[in-house]
Design a protein around this ligand. Structure first.
Ligand SMILES: [Zn+2]
Length: 509
């Protein structure tokens, strides 16, 4: 069971990429196409998570972040290449607008709406929302609020799901280092059309909780070496109504396959007993033990919760999933006039938000020697520029909010994705929102350095260096400014570097 650890060394990188806010979560694009979790029709299953080198090629955490060599474009424009990444960003904003419409209609005028209805609106005191093009194609907005909702927001959910996956990877790495195993168990209950989601959720979650409580559980855990359990809920809607289930990652202090399986079975057995005690029914068939060895299978388990829902294909692929619809499918169907789907989505929106997933408790963290991790929503404001981006221009706050409210942002983004310049973009904005004056071109104030200033810094740096040329010192000084500018989200405006070198050579600095 030797496993490749290389994948873990890239973790830090990944978290940085993943912390990107709302408009930029297309990093999970490929995950959108992943096969849905094969739980439909199965009451429960157990799987041992022990794939070889599974993390080395994680499901597309950052397929479309700019490559380092893409950073120094000197303001040059990129050739237009609107691809899947751009399409995903646009699709998410479209879906987000539909979600907001559905939930606003439910709340009524002046009613309380969840954060997703404000996701993408201008941040506090932001007068102009910036429009950017990342990696030559991917449209984005800067200075906007992101809601961080893992259940309701098509823009934020993929990022949240990726964070959960990362958490599990850390757990897996730590367990592996101890020679322990992770066993996956899926818990659900028999359900019928018409069952309320809130009731099913309470039934499954309640039985799952009580299966892991009390003296008998402590004895079971001791007997099997169960060190802790991490829970990830998921929900879909199918022919038989709501299908609520929990994925359990059971941490077992054994490296023996049979022992790990027995631990998973013990958890399952206690759950089955708890669910019948609660008056529910967990189907007997389908409770087989599935050992997952292949990385592809593993990813099915990793794609928990909202990560397993296809956003790009929402509303288009029901047949392929045996009639099973994700909440995004419900939104898309509602948008196409399916009133029942609209009702179902609202029921979902009332039941799921606030449900935590993949929490690493202090007890588990202590045993594994890692940090505990909660699953709190942390809404915030997107920093102006977290990565190199082509700044295109700014849209006044009020106008941006009109575009957002009327669902026009995807149309504006499409122009950005197809490589349009600011003239084309503002023409589209005028077309969509003709009542207003032309949007102003305005970006953040550049981080500008004078030639003399840079020369003086380079001189001082070289004095503190053990050796090295003035050119190298200039390079270091430039790099520092680059970092600083990036940190505060301002574009870097460098002086003419040959002038800096001349100032140094001629002793002016
Ligand atoms: Zn959001």
């Amino acid at each position: 069971m030797s496993r490749n650890r290389d994948g873990y060394s890239a973790r830090q990188d990944k978290s940085q990429a993943l912390r990107r806010p709302c408009g930029d979560v297309s990093a999970l694009a490929r995950r959108d196409g992943a096969a849905p979790h094969p739980v439909s029709g199965m009451a429960s299953s157990v799987a041992l998570w022990a794939a070889e080198g599974h993390a080395a090629e994680h499901p597309s955490i950052r397929p479309d972040t700019p490559s380092p060599q893409g950073l120094d474009t000197g303001g040059a424009t990129f050739p237009p290449s609107p691809g899947k990444a751009a399409g995903n960003v646009i699709g998410r904003w479209r879906l987000k607008h539909r979600v907001a419409q559905l939930l606003r209609a439910q709340a009524g005028p002046g009613g309380d709406t969840p954060g997703v209805c404000k996701c993408g609106s201008a941040g506090h005191e932001v007068q102009h929302v910036g429009l950017v093009r990342r990696n030559g194609a991917r449209p984005g907005a800067t200075g906007v609020y992101f809601c961080d909702s893992p259940w309701l927001c098509p823009s934020c959910a993929p990022r949240r799901a990726a964070e959960r996956t990362e958490r599990l990877e850390r757990v897996f790495a730590a367990a592996e280092a101890k020679g322990w195993s992770l066993v996956f168990v899926t818990l659900t209950a028999a359900h019928r059309r018409g069952d309320r989601l809130a009731d099913l959720k309470a039934l499954v979650s309640g039985a799952s909780r009580s299966a892991r409580q009390g003296r008998a559980w402590m004895a079971t855990a001791r007997e099997h070496g169960i060190q802790g359990v991490i829970v990830g809920p998921e929900v879909t809607h199918g022919r038989h109504g709501w299908h609520f289930h929990q994925h359990l990652a059971v941490i077992v202090s054994t490296s023996r396959l049979a022992d790990a399986e027995a631990a998973g079975q013990a958890v399952l057995g206690r759950y089955m007993a708890a669910i019948s005690e609660a008056g529910g029914r967990a189907l007997k068939q389908g409770q087989d033990v599935t050992v997952v060895w292949r990385k592809e299978d593993l990813q099915g388990y990793l794609a928990k919760g909202s990560a397993a829902w296809e956003i790009a294909a929402a509303g288009t692929g029901k047949e392929g999933r045996g009639g099973s619809r994700s909440p995004w499918d419900l939104v898309a169907d509602a948008d196409a006039g399916d009133r029942q789907a609209a009702e179902l989505f609202r029921e979902y929106a009332a039941a799921m938000p606030g449900t935590r997933s993949c929490v690493v408790t202090k007890s588990i963290a202590d045993k594994l020697g890692i940090e505990p991790e909660e699953d709190e929503e942390a809404p915030g404001e997107e920093p102006p520029a977290q990565e190199e981006a082509e700044e295109l221009g700014g849209v006044p706050r009020a106008q941006w909010h009109r575009l957002l409210r009327h669902g026009h942002v995807p149309a504006v983004f499409s122009v950005i994705a197809s490589g349009g310049d600011w003239r084309a973009i503002s023409a589209e904005i005028r077309r969509l929102d003709p009542g207003e004056a032309e949007p102003q071109r305005s970006g953040p104030v550049p981080w500008a350095i004078s030639a003399l200033c840079l020369a003086q810094e380079a001189r001082a740096l070289r004095g503190s260096m053990a050796g090295g040329s003035l050119d190298a010192a200039i390079g270091i000084a430039v790099e520092r400014h680059r970092q600083d500018a990036k940190r505060v989200g301002r574009p870097l405006l460098l002086p003419h570097l040959p002038t800096v070198a001349r100032l140094l050579a001629e002793g002016f600095a």
